[in-house]
Write a protein that binds this ligand. Structure first.
Ligand SMILES: [Zn+2]
Length: 132
């Protein structure tokens, strides 16, 4: 995808956690059926670490881990919203919750499905790629 990158901003519900992320205006996002994503309704925008910048909130983020412990689920300890985290599929990058982006910069979202429930068959190489 050769779409040009723009800066989106977003954050948690109470506003303590704020970030910016470089991504196209037409966002490639994915929905995952694993135990935690399906319960929280998380919509993934996967980006390399250099396209994500945490602006505020490092002092209120709480980390939750389970299973292999590779994924670092980062919740705001005040409002409970997971606006971004470090996913098991992309441990060197970030997954931003596309539902937590501010309105105004996203033109549309192209949603694809991730079969995280069967993680090993979804990611036979042990990790995923970035879409652009
Ligand atoms: Zn919050």
């Amino acid at each position: 995808m050769a779409d040009k990158m723009i800066t989106h901003t977003g954050g948690c519900h109470c506003g303590r956690v704020r970030f910016e992320v470089r991504a196209p205006a037409r966002l490639p996002v994915s929905e995952c059926n694993c135990s935690i994503c399906s319960k929280s309704g998380y919509l993934h925008l996967l980006v390399p670490a250099d396209r994500f910048k945490l602006l505020s909130g490092s002092d209120v983020l709480t980390t939750y881990t389970f299973n292999t412990g590779t994924a670092k689920h980062l919740f705001c300890s005040i409002c409970g919203v997971k606006s971004f985290y470090v996913p098991r599929s992309h441990p060197d990058g970030f997954s931003v919750n596309a539902r937590c982006l501010d309105p105004g910069t996203v033109e549309e979202m192209a949603v694809s499905q991730i079969n995280g429930r069967e993680w090993e068959s979804q990611y036979p190489e042990g990790r995923g790629n970035y879409t652009d």
